[in-house]
Every structure is written in structure tokens, then in C-alpha cells.
Design a protein around this ligand. Structure first.
Ligand code: AMP
Length: 545
């Protein structure tokens, strides 16, 4: 017997319709590429998203055709989130930090038909447009008077002229909720990038889950600043969850330095911010020496790579901001776990709580996880045993776009996505990543977590950033070394830093050496690129060898 409730597909257009009707005067504030601050409301966003949908119809775009963006976090980009997907097309958000060759490759792979870009990226578009034959229209996300006269990009149109020619009368089409809505290529350090193709259903369910109190806890009382880019896994789904909750949104545009972000947080009384650790490192680096404080920020969600405990403590003790450590992947839309304490942990000492807070957290309803050993056997949740982390759920990838399914079948025939992360899970369900499987250091048959080694170094007051890698060793197979950058004006010797490890980890896990570098190579999404660091240190020899 079927239930007798209304059957309505979960569509992205329903989010913007809801926001317009119930939070119409909710504010969306954006710093623009032009440098000024732009303000409007969810009502304006909804109307302009419909104008964009009309413009796409006028171009003759078909259902499921791809429309690409090369853009910062801002209101026009958000209009694309709703106008493109809501009208049944697929939004392809491109990471502008990728190499131009890679960008041309993914535009061709996705067969993008229209590409909209912020003027910051004009040089990039000039470099790739001739290599992108599927793109029939190039649109600059700017006013007509900002359009460069001789851009060299054929038929370049200003976004405002393009959508300005259309009315806001438009009825969002209704279709199967499993229809593709957006896509994002993983920044893969080897081989060609692979795309996760999200659906209306996966995106809407993720938006609901992300807003839950033990997840991102978003509400109509928050002012939210997503520093995490809209070109990387849909800014962790915040634009969708924002429409669902009606929170004020504050977009930083191209100004991603510590000073600009701090000033925007203060000026717009932001209560909640989200970003990767490297961004917060820059902001705390700006604030601490100047003795600055936050007047409104209460919580920040940090993920994308391991958040060093020293950062959690600095936010909490020096600035009164609660850090929510999060873990996820492009293939997971991206949220998988978030670290919020359970009731029984509220009475723990600060140190005991800190041990929990530095973990990547508990599963969100909708994400099932397990750790497995080399033969696929499930491993215990004892907080010590580590294994390959597998996940399954309605917003987790089944098959790569035009590619293969990476899923591993269990005895019941259920497919699990192998994350490539190695983790422990404790009896309370808190998961802790010890490494990417390819970054784990194997020393004398035992594993050393590179994240643990990095976290300890980051706790030293002189260290700005630390990356731990394994170096070949004739007896132990591999031994860890730690490459570090120093904070401006700070000093520490190799011996002092190695001494700092004593008592903080087992003796055999202490790195064999410290390498001082000018910069740790970062990838397109701000994560450390250990492959490149290994290349840079290819002639390095461990002491005594
Ligand atoms: P991406 O798909 O580019 O977002 O990368 C996903 C990968 O980033 C994960 O598989 C993890 O290896 C890493 N990652 C994300 N969040 C965290 C975190 N909080 N701690 C450690 N690693 C993380």
C-alpha cells in the first residue's frame, strides 16, 4: 500500500520560490569585482533568476544542457545557481585556479554551451576560448559599461544586457527530481579531473541536512559568510541552505585576504562563516598582531583539510568563536561529518572536549560510514583501529560523469563509495581522519598519521604551516619529515622544533628532520599539494643516510 501524501519532486526551484515568498526581504550582500558593495534581497534574487531562465530559453538551450561559471562568490553567481538549475539545465562551476589547459579540458568534457565569467578571469577566457568549440556564448558577469571594448572574445555579452532584455515572468518547470542540476570536477592531482554530477534530489536533501542544528545550524537569525568558494562543491551547499532558511548572506567576491574578510565580517555583523583552514590562518594572522576582536561572529565551520587544534583553540580562547570541524568531499556534495559535542560530553574538561573537537565529527543523517581493513572486513569503532573509510547515502556519488562507478559492493549488494581517506571511528561515532591513504607514512610496519605530526608543529608559536611526508628509509621503509613555513618575524631551529614533539607523540613517530621552506605548495582548492612537495624535495636525503 502506498502512502497517501502529496508527491512533489524535490527541485532547486522550490528553494528559491520558498525564499521569495517567506524571506523576500532577506538581505544578500556582495562585494563585487568592481570593489563596491552590492545589496539586494531574496525577492530580487528570485526575479533575476527567472530573467536568466528566460535568457537561456531565448538562446535555445535544451533540457540538461550545461552552462558554466568562472566566478567568485557573489549575487550574480547565485542567480546562476537557481536560474540555470531551476530551468532544467546543469550548472558547471569551474575552479578558476586550475591550469588553463585543465579548464579547456573540462569545458570540452562537460560540453558547456554558455560560459559566464567575472572580469577577473578575462585573461583566462582569452587564453582558452579558442580551444572550447562547444561554447556558443561568452557572458561577462558585469554591467554593460564595464564590458571591455576589444576583449578578443567573439560575441562577448554583458550579463546585465543579456538578462536585462528578459522579463521576470517565468514558471519554473516541474520534472523528475533525479534530473542533473550541477556538476563539479575534482581537482585530482594526477590524471584528468573527474566530475560529480549532482541531482535536484541530492542537492535539496543535502540543503535540508546541512541546516540541521548538529550540522551547520543555519537559521533566519544568522548572517552567513561563505568564504568557501561557490566554484568548489557549491560553497558546501550554503547558497541552497540559505534559501531554505532565509539567513542573511554575505559574499566576499574576489577579496579573500585576511583584512578584507575581517572588515566584511564586522561591517555586515556576520554571525557565521565557513572556509578552509588556510583562509582562517590568513585572517588570524591579520587580527592577532593588530589586537582585533570580533563583535558578531559566533561560529565558524572549518573543513576541506584538517583543522589544526591550535586554530580551534585560538578561535575559542582568543576570539570567543566556536569552531565546527567538518569533513566531506566533492563526491559527497560535500558534507559527511560535522563535529558537534553530544550532551554527555558537555561536562568534560576543556582538554577532554578538545580531544573530541579536533576529530572530523559524527555522521549526518543521510551519510552512512564504516572503516574497513585490507580484505574489506569491517573494523571496530574503538577510536584506535584505523582503516579505509567508506560512505553511502543519497547525496553521495554513484558514478562519475561519463566515467566509471567507483563503488564497492558489500555482501548485501549495497554500494559504498571509497573516500581514499584513512580514519578511526570512536564508540560515540566520532570519525577522525588520520590521512589520505596515499599520504600515510609506513614506518617499520606501523602507520604514522601525517595529520598528527602537522598538528603538533602547528601548535608551535613560530610555525605558520606544516606538511609531513614520508621519505624512503632502508631499514624502516619510510620515515616522516616535516616541512614548515615560519610566521613573519618568527624564529625556531630544527632542534627546538624536534624537541617540541617530545611528550606529544610516541618517540618513534617524531619526524627525523625539519625542512624550512618558503611556501608549502597549495592546490586549486587551498589544500596542501604533497605530490608537488615530494617533487620539490626529490633530492633530499634523510640525516645519516
Ligand atoms: P575535495 O573533494 O577536493 O573537497 O577533497 C576531499 C578530501 O579533502 C577528503 O577526502 C579529505 O582527504 C580532505 N578533507 C576534507 N575535509 C577534511 C578535514 N576536515 N580533515 C582532513 N581532511 C579533510
Amino acid at each position: 500500500m502506498l502512502g497517501l501524501m502529496q508527491s512533489q519532486p524535490l527541485l532547486i526551484s522550490s528553494l528559491i520560490e520558498f525564499a521569495e515568498r517567506h524571506h523576500g526581504d532577506g538581505e544578500i550582500v556582495s562585494r563585487r569585482v568592481e570593489g563596491d558593495i552590492h545589496r539586494y534581497t531574496y525577492k530580487d534574487l528570485a526575479a533575476r533568476s527567472r530573467q536568466l531562465a528566460n535568457a537561456l530559453d531565448r538562446e535555445g538551450l535544451q533540457f540538461s544542457d550545461r552552462v558554466a561559471s568562472l566566478a567568485w562568490n557573489g549575487y550574480r553567481h547565485m542567480e546562476m545557481y537557481f536560474g540555470v538549475s531551476g530551468s532544467g539545465r546543469v550548472l558547471h562551476t569551474i575552479n578558476p585556479r586550475l591550469h588553463p589547459e585543465q579548464i579547456a579540458w573540462i569545458v570540452n568534457h562537460a560540453e558547456d554551451q554558455i560560459l559566464c565569467f567575472d572580469l577577473t578571469f578575462l585573461p583566462l577566457v582569452q587564453a582558452v576560448h579558442a580551444k572550447c568549440p562547444t561554447v556558443k556564448k561568452w557572458v561577462a558577469l558585469c554591467d554593460a559599461d564595464k564590458l571591455p571594448a576589444d576583449s578578443g572574445v567573439p560575441g562577448l555579452t554583458s550579463y546585465e544586457t543579456w538578462i536585462g532584455a528578459q522579463t521576470a515572468d517565468y514558471t519554473w518547470p516541474v520534472f523528475d527530481e533525479n534530473t542533473a542540476s550541477s556538476m563539479c570536477y575534482t581537482s585530482g592531482t594526477t590524471g584528468n579531473p573527474k566530475a560529480a554530477l549532482y541531482s535536484h534530489r541530492s542537492t535539496t536533501l543535502h540543503a535540508y541536512a546541512a541546516a540541521l542544528p548538529d550540522v551547520m545550524c543555519l537559521s533566519a537569525r544568522d548572517a552567513v559568510l561563505p568564504v568557501v568558494p561557490m566554484f568548489h562543491v557549491n560553497a558546501w551547499g550554503i547558497p541552497y541552505s540559505a534559501a531554505l532558511t532565509g539567513c542573511k548572506l554575505v559574499y566576499p567576491g574576489p577579496a579573500m585576504d585576511g583584512k578584507s574578510i575581517y572588515e566584511l565580517i564586522e561591517a555586515e555583523q556576520v554571525t557565521y562563516a565557513a572556509g578552509v583552514p588556510t583562509v582562517w590562518q590568513m585572517m588570524l594572522g591579520h587580527m592577532k598582531p593588530a589586537g582585533l576582536k570580533f563583535s558578531s561572529l559566533r561560529r565558524t565551520v572549518i573543513g576541506g583539510s584538517a583543522c589544526p587544534p591550535a586554530m580551534i583553540t585560538a578561535f575559542q580562547d582568543d576570539f570567543g568563536v566556536e569552531v565546527l570541524h567538518a569533513w566531506g568531499m566533492t563526491e559527497m556534495s560535500p558534507l559527511g561529518t560535522l563535529c558537534t559535542l553530544k550532551n554527555k560530553q558537555l561536562g568534560l574538561s576543556k582538554d577532554e572536549q578538545m580531544k573530541v573537537r579536533q576529530k572530523q565529527g559524527r555522521s549526518i543523517y543521510g551519510v552512512d560510514m564504516k572503516i574497513v581493513g585490507g580484505n574489506g572486513e569491517e573494523l571496530p569503532w574503538d577510536g584506535k583501529t584505523y582503516g579505509d573509510l567508506l560512505v553511502r547515502g543519497p547525496w553521495i556519488l554513484d558514478t562519475y560523469y561519463k566515467g566509471e562507478s567507483p563503488l564497492i559492493q558489500d555482501a548485501q549488494g549495497r554500494g559504498w563509495f571509497p573516500t581514499g581517506d584513512v580514519a578511526t571511528i570512536d564508540p560515540d561515532g566520532f570519525m577522525q581522519i588520520t590521512d589520505r591513504s596515499k599520504d600515510v607514512i609506513k614506518s617499520g610496519g606501523e602507520w604514522i598519521s601525517s595529520i598528527d605530526i602537522e598538528n603538533i608543529a602547528m601548535g608551535h608559536p613560530a610555525i605558520a604551516m606544516a606538511a609531513c611526508i614520508g621519505m624512503p628509509h632502508p631499514k624502516w621503509d619510510e620515515r616522516p619529515i616535516v616541512a614548515v613555513t615560519l610566521k613573519p618575524g618568527a624564529e625556531v631551529t630544527r632542534e627546538e622544533l624536534l624537541h617540541f614533539y617530545e611528550g606529544k607523540t610516541a618517540k618513534w613517530q617524531i619526524p627525523d628532520d625539519v625542512v624550512f621552506v618558503d611556501a608549502i605548495p597549495l592546490g586549486a582548492t587551498g589544500k596542501m599539494l604533497k605530490t608537488r612537495l615530494r617533487e620539490q624535495l626529490k633530492d633530499y636525503k634523510l640525516p645519516g643516510l
